[in-house]
Design a protein around this ligand. Sequence first.
Ligand code: SF4
Length: 576
Amino acid sequence: MNSLDLTLFPFKSIRPEQERIAKKISNSYNKRYHLLDCATGIGKSPLAVTLARSEGRSVIVTDSIQLQDQYERDFYDHLLNIKGISNYECSLGCSDRPCTVDKRYYRYCLNPEKVDEVCPYLVARKEAVKSDVVLVNYALLMTTLWLTEDKAGPDMGFVNQWLDDRHTIIFDEAHLLEKHLVSLCTLKVSVKELDEKYHIFKYVDDPIKREYLTRPLSETTDRVKFFNYLIDICRIHYEEWGKILEMEMPTNVGGAMPADLIKEVALAKEFENILFILNTYIKSKDKTTEWILSMKEEELYDKQVYIGKQKYFYLQPLRVDWIFDRFFKKRFDRFYFMSATILDADLFCKTLGIETDQMSYIQEESPFDPAKSPIIGMNCCQTSYQSLQNEDNMRQIVGAVEAILQMFPNEKGIIHSGNMRISKYLQDHISSKYASRLLVRYGAKTNREIFKEHTKSRRPTVLVSSSMAEGVDLKDDLGRFQIIVKMPFLSLGDERISYLANNAADWYSCDMMKTLVQQAGRATRNENDYSYTFVLDKSFSYYLSNAQNKGWLTNQFCKRVITPQMFIKDYKGKLN
Ligand code: SF4
C-alpha cells in the first residue's frame, strides 16, 4: 500500500475538503509523520477511520470518553472501542476489581460455571486483540504504555495485549498530546499522603521524618535533596512492603485473595507508579533540562465541603521529546496527528523532537461561513494580575457581561472566564436580574455537572467556567453567544509553565492562542449553526496581530474578527 485507500472511507459520499486532504496524504504517503491541521467542520473522524483501516493494525487515540462514544456511534462497524476497567460492570459485583491485582481472577471470571455472565471487561479486551482498529482515550493509552514498558512487562497478561503489533497510531486532538505526555511522567504527592496512605515513614528514622513533616514547606526547601530523600525511602518501603505482601499471598493457586489483601496490593500497585516516575527521574541523563521540581498548595473538598489546603510535591518533565521518543517512536512506525489547532507546525515538531523534513504538513481551512460566527473584539477590560485585584476594573468586567446578557435575554451561552477569581466574582456580583441564568463552575461544582444542567434546562442558562475550551459541544440553541473575558494564558502558578513562559515565549503565546481558537469554536458546530463571540480583554488586538504576523491563524478565523462598530451596524439589528 503506498496511498490512502479511499474505498475504505466509511460514508457513502466524501466532502471536497476531505478528498483534498486524502489526496495530499497519498502524495506524501512515504513519510513517517503526517500532521493534519484541519479546522472544525471538515470531518476529521471519517478520515481518521479511513487512515486506520488503510494502515491495517492501528490505534486511534482521542481525548475523552465522550469523543470515543461519538466515534463508536458513527463508525461502529469499523473499530473496537475500549475504555478503562471502571467503565465496565464487574460480573462478580466487586467494586474493587480484584482482577487488577490478582491475575488468577481472570480464569475465575472467564469460567461460565462460576459467574452468571462472562466479564464484559475481559470480553472487550479479547475482542480488541483481534480487531485491526482499536479506539482508546489518551488516559488508557498512556497507562497501557507504562504497564507494557519496563515497569511490569509480560506479567500484566493478555489485558494489555491489544496494543501488541500495532504499527500505526492516529492522534485525534493532537494539540493535547504534549499535555498527556507531561502527565504520563508527572508525580504529584503530598507528604501527608506518603505518610498516612502509603505509610512510607514507618521504615525510616524519626529525625528525618520530623524534618520533612513538621517543617513548614517553603521556597527555600531544598527540592533536590527532598526528592533524593524521597527516592531512598520509597525504595526501602517498596521492598519491605513487597516482602510482607508475598508472605500474605494465598499459597493455593486456585484460591482467591481476601478482600483486605486485595486493597493492600492495589495500594502497593499505586505506589509502584510513584516509584516508576522517581526511577525515571533518577535515570534521566540530564535532570536539569528534563525535569522541574516544584511545590504547590491546593484547596481540598470532601463531598463539596471545603476542608482546607494541602501542600503537594510535583516532579514534572520539562520537555516531552524524550518521553515521546521512549514511549512512541520506539513502538510505532507511522504517525498521524490531527487537530484543528496546531497553529505552528514547526513548534509542534520541535516539541515532539521530530525533524521538520520528516513530517508532511497538510492544512485545510474551515468550510464554515465566517459571517455566521463573528468574533467581536470589545477591547473594554484589563485582565492582568494587578488589574484583577482592582475593584473598579472587576466591576467593569461585570458591567460588560451584563450588557451582553441583556442582548441575549432568551438565548443560552457560555462565559469563558479565564480564571476562578473571575468566575467567583461574576457569581457574587452579577445583577440579580441575571444571577439565576449563570451556572458557575467553582469550588466543588464540576464542568460536567453544570454542562448537564445547561443541556437539560429549558431556561436561557449561561455556563461560566475557566476550563471549558475543549470537548464542549454547544451546537445550535445550546450556545448562541460566548464571552471570552480574558486571554486564556496558562497559569504561571505552575512552575513548568512559568519556566516555559520565560524561556520559550512563542510556546507560551501559541498555547494561549490555541485555547482561544478552541474557545471561539464551541458554539458554531455545523454549517447551518451560528453564534456570536465577544472578547472583552483589551490585549486581544495585540495578541491577534502577533498571531497573524507569525502565520498561526487561518484566513477563515481572521475573517471572523470584527469591531464593535461593525457588529452594531451589521448584526445587532438582527438580535432585536
Ligand atoms: S475480570 Fe473478574 S474481577 Fe475483573 S472486572 Fe471482570 S468479573 Fe470483575
